[in-house]
Design a protein around this ligand. Sequence first.
Ligand code: DP6
Length: 325
Amino acid sequence: MKKADVAKAILADQLFSMPQHSCAEAFAPTNIALGKYWGKRNQELNLPVTSSLSISLDNKGATAQLKINEKHRDDIILNNRLIDPTSSFAKRLIEFLNLFRENEKPNFDITIQSNIPIAAGLASSACGFASIIKALNNLYGWNLDSQELSILARLGSGSASRSIWSGFVEWHAGTRDDGMDSYGEPISTLWPDLIIGLLIFSEQDKGLSSRVAMQRTIETSLLYNSWPSKVAHDLPLLKQAIATQDFELLGKTAESNALTMHATMLSAWPPINYCLPETLLTMQKIWRLREEGLPIYFTQDAGPNLKLLFLKNSLADVRSHFSLI
Ligand code: DP6
């Protein structure tokens, strides 16, 4: 099964229909996984080995604008910079857009404005593809529901399937070969006192994409065999922590999940290490502060930056130790 077959299955007669508007835009939040997606059972469709669970950052994400142009090419402007059409980012985005238009027409001016560093392990591809699919839905007037948007966003990037919603979202791994049961589902519980603080050590491109890193991990790391049981252990605990607003349980489960994911990468060959010296020094600082009584935890994705987890009543304390963005 190909991506194009999934687009056809969801859009049916609406696939390759005429856009209803000449311009449309949409916002999607970035999401931070507390229980990670690491490894695919199907690379073409971005079907994951395990389910995962995230929280969206409402005020941080991407706004995508699609405007039909007559230039016979797509122009992509990312954070006010025209992107080289031969770059891997542009190719991936154009390949995604081509799923929804016949013979690569119409062409678009695509403007993506993101208020988080791109490709620094801050889930920017997630909000990028989620905002694009939402903008396409508006442009073509498809009227798809959120579950269908989640499936289509997943074809661009797995974690984008969770960026359709705000708040907590579980992405069900599903078991079907066509992935029609692999989509995000919002968890209705709100937790207004929970804060995710971003600590940026580097805004450089992370070098190795999560796509390549997770595949290498699956293929070469013996530790990867234990990853599905780690996730099966952690996801119910995360859901319990959210339901009962048990911050300690949430923090330790999320931190341990992230560290286990990175352990599978370190044991891959060639080894994969996303940490900078600052990343490790900051982990030690967090562990020390926690021992001294500050309730603070972290998570880390496929990049050197850390995301801090803490409650609103610790904000002043946390700010006195870290400069958050
Ligand atoms: C470490 O969604 O970027 O952030 O599906 O290949 O595009 P592709 O991968 P991507 O992987 C994200 C991995 C992660 C963990 C997570 O967000 O769950």
